[in-house]
Design a protein around this ligand. Structure first.
Ligand code: ZN
Length: 386
């Protein structure tokens, strides 16, 4: 019932110095120094001395069911494995569909989210897919977001991409309004998570909605924003105007023009507030590389480990550890509307914690109070993982 984490430099994400953390059930109940185990209880003690204690990573964009299929059925990517999430130090994921909503459905995505939650991590999903109008469970985006607890918004809606349904501006406005009102009714953010493609228009439809409609700019969350120079310039302007932007980890491997870490540093250097930035993995999405005629020339699949690797890269490039942590802990939890329980280490919040070693590698992972990995050894696996 009780777990005591001893020692470790706590980044909550603010640096708090050396702290002990007492967990009861799935919650953090006390943070302090030199704590003793509560007498009369069985207490599991986890040694964090010499390491860093940080919030569990929060990944806003994961193709839980797999995705892809852009080069025929053999190019469908596989479902994510529970153990790969744990090894990556991720304790919360937000699942999405992608190009394929012909053979993958919001219902199956929801079932996969329930499965992972039962196995031990926290999950949320977006309704819809690339397409507008999207496939939903209840028949409308508004109802899905209002009534289905795990649904925090709609996405990833493809814009400025040859794989998109080429939605009109009016269709995008209607879709965003539905997500917003559904979110208001359901007490959720109703976020509109937008996949940005390589098209010349880039973010223009989103910038136009933010300018011309009553929908607040914070409703939109465009991703893959370092894909090309035009998009990057638009994304910086969007964030400077108060919008939130999401960078996809491992950009070079996706044939993005910029290295993701360098793109994040550039956004900061150009005055974007760290509060506006998140980073996600796009794990288990297909990463097809197309030639100028739109033909697939290479296939790869996104890895959830990229999130931690890109985060560590930011620290190695000189960014303060606590600033880099915002992008993968507190900010995504706020975007998902669950900042009250997740994304930071505080008394009363969910005990989602990662212990990093001196090289900032993931050593121990605790999700809702349960130790899933300890000192590099996986203690809990998915039901069918051997
Ligand atoms: Zn995408």
């Amino acid at each position: 019932m009780f777990t005591l984490i001893r020692g470790g430099d706590l980044y909550a994400p603010e640096p708090m110095g050396r702290r002990d953390i007492l967990i009861c059930g799935d919650r953090i109940v006390r943070i302090g120094g030199g704590m003793d185990p509560p007498p009369g209880f069985d207490v599991r003690v986890v040694d964090a001395r010499g390491g860093c204690l940080v919030p569990g990573f929060f990944d806003l964009h994961v193709h839980l069911l797999g995705g892809g299929g852009e080069a025929g059925f053999s190019s469908r990517t596989p479902e994510i494995a529970f153990s790969s999430i744990v090894r990556a130090g991720v304790t919360t994921v937000v699942g999405c569909l992608g190009t394929d909503d012909v053979a993958r459905f919001p219902e199956s995505l929801l079932a996969k989210a329930y499965q992972l939650e039962e196995e031990g991590i926290s999950t949320f999903i977006y309704t819809g897919s690339y397409r507008v109008p999207p496939r939903t469970i209840t028949g409308s985006v508004q109802k899905d977001v209002a009534l289905i607890p795990k649904m925090i918004g709609v996405g990833e809606v493809a814009v400025s991409d040859h794989r998109s349904s080429q939605p009109s501006y009016e269709e995008l406005c209607r879709l965003s309004a539905e997500a917003r009102v559904g979110g208001m009714l359901g007490g959720k953010p109703g976020v509109v998570h937008v996949h940005m493609g390589d098209g010349p228009g880039g973010l223009e439809p989103i910038l136009r909605m933010a300018r011309q409609t009553e929908i607040p700019i914070g409703q939109f969350l465009p991703t893959h924003v370092s894909r090309n120079e035009n998009l990057m310039e638009q994304a910086v302007a969007f964030a400077q105007a108060g919008g939130n932007i999401d960078f996809t980890a491992g950009g070079r491997g996706l044939s993005f023009e910029a290295d993701t870490g360098e793109a994040v540093l550039r956004a900061l250097a150009e005055g974007v507030s760290p509060e506006r930035i998140t980073m996600s993995s796009d794990s288990n999405g297909s990463m097809p590389v197309f030639d100028s005629r739109g033909e697939v020339v290479r296939l790869a699949v996104g890895q959830i480990a990229n999130l931690h690797a890109e985060w560590r890269g930011l620290v190695e490039k000189g960014l303060a550890l606590e600033t880099a942590l915002l992008f993968v802990t507190r900010n995504p939890a706020l975007r998902a509307g669950v900042g009250r329980m997740k994304g930071s280490v505080e008394e009363g919040k969910d005990a989602d914690l990662v212990i990093l070693d001196r090289e900032l590698s993931v050593e121990t992972v605790i999700s809702r109070g349960r130790v899933l990995m300890e000192h590099g050894e996986l203690l809990v696996r998915g039901v069918f993982e051997t």
